[in-house]
Structures are given as structure tokens and as C-alpha cells.
Design a protein around this ligand. Sequence first.
Ligand SMILES: [Zn+2]
Length: 166
Amino acid sequence: MATSARSEDRALGGHGKFMDQLLKLAREALAEGEAPLAALVRKEARVLTRARATPAASGLRQHPELMALDSAGEAARDGSLYVTVEPCAMCLGAAALLRVKEVIYAVADPQEGGFHTVIYTGELATRAPAGIGGICREQVTELIREYLQRQPRGPESARLRALLAS
Ligand SMILES: [Zn+2]
């Protein structure tokens, strides 16, 4: 059991353990009727902060990655940000400003995702986080499908439906 979990983690480039925690957060959001949007900030072996969609969140607080980054602050430097859906331009900008080294996401967002829409120049170009997409994509896609079945007209439904189509 432990051996197979370890080899699976290797297949995920060492991200498996953190993706498991991220998927758990996304399922918690889904259980509350929210979109399966979740984020966590990791530094080496430690998870610094976690955030997910909640019924109480409004405005920019609906972006869990911004919340997780904001809570981590300067400690996020050289850390990794894990998110279920590719972060938007605002959240990726926050990651770059905090000098996060990499962003690991499950589902890409070719329309609004920061890695698809932002081109850095100047100083930020030298320290923009690397993007690693498609990790645990099947699992998150399944959670998004479940959300759309329950909330066909939820606040995130149109955007998430477009992701599944792309
Ligand atoms: Zn965002």
C-alpha cells in the first residue's frame, strides 16, 4: 500500500501528496454546494496555507489562490502554489509578486487562465512562476462535472462548463 502510494507520487513528480490534500479541500467545497475551487501553498515538505470556495466568500475572496497566497505572504517565496483550476491573471500576478517558484494546476483555462493570457516583461519576466498543468486533471474534471450537475446555473457554472468543453 505504502509502496504503491510512493510510486504514484513519483509518477506525479512528487506532487501527489499535496494534490490529495487539494482534492480533499475541493470536495469539501463541493459538499457545501460550492464550485470545487481550492488552493494551497507549499514550501518544501510543509503546507503553509489552504483555501477553498465557501458560501461566505464574495468578490475577490472567491479566488481561493489569492486567499492562500495572501495568508502565506512573504513565506510563499520559492514555494509552490497548488490549484484545481489554472489561476486567473490577478492570482498569477500575486504569485509572481510573492516570488512563488511554481504553480501546479489540474485543469487549464485557455480563455482566462494566467498562463494563457499573461506575458511578463521587465523584472517580473525573470521571476514569473513556472506553470505545471494537467496534474490530477481527471479527478478535478470529475468534481467539476458533479458541480455542474448540482448547480447548472451557479456563479461559476458558465466558466467551468467552458473548461470542460475546451
Ligand atoms: Zn484568480
